[in-house]
Structures are given as structure tokens and as C-alpha cells.
Write a protein that binds this ligand. Structure first.
Ligand code: F3S
Length: 415
């Protein structure tokens, strides 16, 4: 693989041992995938602080011990559990200490400790066409699709290598022709009311991901009024039921002013029709609840936004959630600080809502209880929760989640 003089210098140790090790890994990967060169990147979102075992911890501690420093601005994906309040999850002390060590190693390397899987809500907004290296499937698909930046699905630990070198392997979605759509999804028979309903978008993402796998898709028929939260839920779902890293919404997202833009260098399209019946099927597939009993309402997968918290506060409106039900919401430190500043946190806590920063909804129940039924507004969480923690799942809008919590049983909106 061709390396520039400055890349050879990094490889030869001119920027320290940690950067040299990271560059060795990148160049080995580049050779393995027959890449011609590396690309310069200007931002990294790293998931290398997500504790999944000692090997990852030892690797990042090794890089920090070699005085590794990030070469480009680098934000942190969320970690497994709330770093400062591990005790409130019942996380064993030894595990809590390891999560703290992850934090120490990353802070030493100069990362931005935002600890969120939705960095785009915290003001981390790469520009269209900007090469970046992001991890976390929902953040990746949002960056590529909604922001128009360029990243592959960068793997955990490879991301920190990108951060230390300011480089990624030139392959996949860094190359313009690979950003063309392979499938065209055409929405048919949806009423305007349904298209304006936030409830639709996570289910639509889940349904498309199931059909399109890891392909780049162009979707026609989504109205311009679609919100950032809708796109967040859609992207998280499409990247979890499939492995899509890029979607185009015709007339909405930066690389899809018109349908032809999505296919211009290939001219190929395979059309899939998507109707309300497909959405119903998606919801049925996501529902593993056996009856209307509810044990846990979990929101914030990806992390809850300010707008979502305002909606939640309005829906709760001073009422108390039954004490026997868990109601938890996950968000970033920055939005947690905003909640406090706006005096929204205490009323939520008083109502029985627990708000956590830093952590991941899917890991939460591991130390609380081993089974039950989760209701969530996240198709991603509903898709994964059983395999992660043994919980059954049911999907519902935030409104339905709140109504269900007060009724202590799964409650659907009357349409
Ligand atoms: Fe974020 Fe964990 Fe969901 S990383 S997107 S809360 S699975």
C-alpha cells in the first residue's frame, strides 16, 4: 500500500510508539483488503472505551502507557455503565473499576469524554464530504446519511488507531462510487398522517434493514418535515436489523437532492415497495411480549435528545410512575447538564424516572433483574434486548410507553 512520507514517518516511530503501533495495524488492514492508500481523517468517534473484556482494556492502557495522543479531535461513544454512578446499576466494584480504568486511559490520550452514542446531538457535526472515522452503528449511519460525512463502520479499537494516526484505510464509503444506492425503497399507500407520526420511523428503518441487509438504500416518499429524532430512530433501526451504513432520503439528505443523484454513477436500481402492511409486520416481529404485563420502560437508545425530554416531561406532567416498574432514560452528560439547568431533571426523578448518562440501555438490566418485558420507543433496543439480557420486548411511541407505565400494562394508542 502506498504511504506518504508523513505516514512513513508515523510508521517508523516519528510520532511515538503508540502512533507507530496504530499505523502498523492500519497498514496491515489496508494490505489485507487490498487498499491502495490511507485517507486523512479529521474526526474520530471511538467506541474503544466500551468495556467488553480485558483484552480491549489492556490494549488501550498499552497505547496510553506508550504516551499515545489523539492526532485529530476524538469523541467518546458511551461506555457500558454510568461511570460515576456504577453503584446504582448494582455493577460489581471490580467491573466498575475497569470501566474507570477505560476512562483514565482515554483521558490520557486526549479524547473528548462526552460518552454518548449520539454525538451529533452534542454538537459534534462533521460537514458534508468530510472524511471521519466513526464507530457505533447508529452514529455511523447518521454521519454518512444525514450529515453527508464519510466513514466506514469502523470497528472498536481500530477507531482509536485511526485517532492516533489521523488516518483510515481508503475503502468502502470513503470512495464516491460506493456511496451510490443499490436499492430503491418506494413508500406506497402511507397516509400523510402516518408519515408525520414519529412512531413510524424506527419501524420503517427496521423493516428496510431486514430487506436490504448491508446495502446502500435510497428511500422515496419521506416528507421533508421528518425530524432529527425521527432520523435517529430510523438510522439506529436500519443499522441493527441490517448492517446499512448509508441511506439516502430523496429530497432530504445531502447526497440525494433528486433520485438520480443516488444512482448516477451506476444507473442501477432494484426497487422494493414498502407499504403500511410491512410496518405492521415489522412491529409484530419486534414484539416478543407474551401478554400485556410490563416490567421496564427504557428510552434513550440512541441517547435521548433535549426535544425528547421535553416531550417526556409534558407527558409525565407531575404524575407518579408506579414504584414497582422500572422507568429509565439514557442520555449524554451534556444533555444531563442541560436537564439540570432547565430544572427538568428533578420533576422527572420525583415522578420515578431514572435518568442515566454515559451508559447503554442494553447493558442496564444485567445487574438489576434477569427477565421481564421491556417497552421502548427504540426498534434497535427491541431488536437486541433479548439476546443481550433476556428481556422480552415490545415497541411503542414515547406516548405509549408513558401511558403503559401509568397503567402498569402494555397500552396502545387508539387510532
Ligand atoms: Fe446507544 Fe447502547 Fe442503544 S450504544 S444506540 S444505547 S444499544
Amino acid at each position: 500500500m502506498f504511504l506518504t512520507d508523513s505516514e512513513k514517518k508515523i510508521l517508523d516511530g516519528g510520532h511515538g510508539e503508540a502512533a507507530a503501533l496504530a499505523m502498523t495495524i492500519l497498514t496491515d488492514l489496508g494490505d489485507a483488503v487490498n487498499a491502495k492508500r490511507l485517507v486523512k481523517i479529521s474526526h474520530v468517534h471511538t467506541d474503544s472505551g466500551f468495556y467488553l473484556g480485558d483484552a480491549g482494556l489492556e490494549f488501550v492502557e498499552h497505547l496510553a502507557a506508550l504516551n499515545g495522543r489523539v492526532a485529530v479531535p476524538t469523541s467518546m461513544n458511551n461506555t457500558t455503565y454510568d461511570i460515576e454512578h456504577c453503584g446504582s446499576y448494582g455493577v460489581p466494584k471490580e467491573l466498575g473499576n475497569k470501566i474507570k480504568r477505560m476512562e483514565t486511559a482515554h483521558l490520557a490520550m486526549g479524547v473528548n469524554p462526552c460518552w454518548t452514542c449520539a454525538p451529533y446531538q452534542d454538537g459534534v457535526l462533521p460537514k458534508p464530504g468530510q472524511n471521519i472515522a466513526w464507530s457505533e452503528s447508529n452514529a455511523i449511519v447518521f454521519a454518512n446519511s444525514v450529515l453527508g460525512a464519510r466513514t466506514n463502520r469502523t470497528g472498536d479499537l481500530l477507531d482509536i488507531c485511526c485517532a492516533l494516526t489521523g488516518r483510515a484505510v481508503e475503502a468502502g464509503l470513503y470512495i464516491s462510487r460506493n456511496r451510490m444506492a443499490q436499492y430503491h425503497v418506494l413508500l406506497t399507500d402511507f397516509s400523510q398522517k402516518t408519515l408525520q407520526d414519529p412512531r413510524l420511523y424506527p419501524l420503517l428503518g427496521y423493516a428496510i434493514g431486514k430487506k436490504c441487509g448491508n446495502k446502500v438504500v435510497a428511500v422515496s416518499g419521506v416528507p421533508k418535515s421528518v425530524t432529527m429524532d425521527d432520523l435517529k430512530g430510523f438510522g439506529a433501526a436500519i443499522a441493527s436489523s441490517g448492517a446499512t451504513a448509508l441511506f439516502h432520503l430523496v429530497g432530504i439528505t445531502p447526497e440525494a437532492a433528486v433520485l438520480e443523484d443516488c444512482f448516477k454513477s451506476t444507473g442501477e436500481s432494484h426497487t422494493i415497495f414498502m407499504s403500511p402492511g410491512d410496518i405492521q409486520k415489522a412491529e409484530q416481529l419486534l414484539c416478543t411480549a407474551e401478554n400485556d404485563r410490563l416490567d421496564w420502560v427504557g428510552l434513550g437508545c440512541p441517547h435521548f435528545s433535549k426535544q425528547e425530554f421535553m416531550t417526556l416531561s409534558r407527558l409525565i406532567n407531575g404524575r407518579k410512575i408506579p414504584a414497582s416498574l422500572l422507568f429509565s432514560v439514557f442520555t449524554s452528560r451534556k444533555i444531563m447538564a442541560w436537564l439540570k439547568k432547565k430544572h427538568l431533571l428533578k420533576p422527572l426523578n420525583d415522578a420515578g424516572v431514572k435518568v442515566y448518562s454515559d451508559g447503554c440501555l442494553l447493558l442496564y438490566p444485567n445487574f438489576i433483574r434477569s427477565s421481564g418485558t421491556l417497552m421502548t420507543n427504540s426498534a434497535k433496543a427491541a431488536n437486541y434486548v433479548f439476546s443481550q439480557s433476556g428481556f422480552k420486548a415490545v415497541y411503542g411511541s414515547v406516548e405509549e410507553c408513558v401511558a403503559s407505565a401509568f397503567n402498569r400494562k402494555i397500552t396502545r394508542r387508539q387510532s
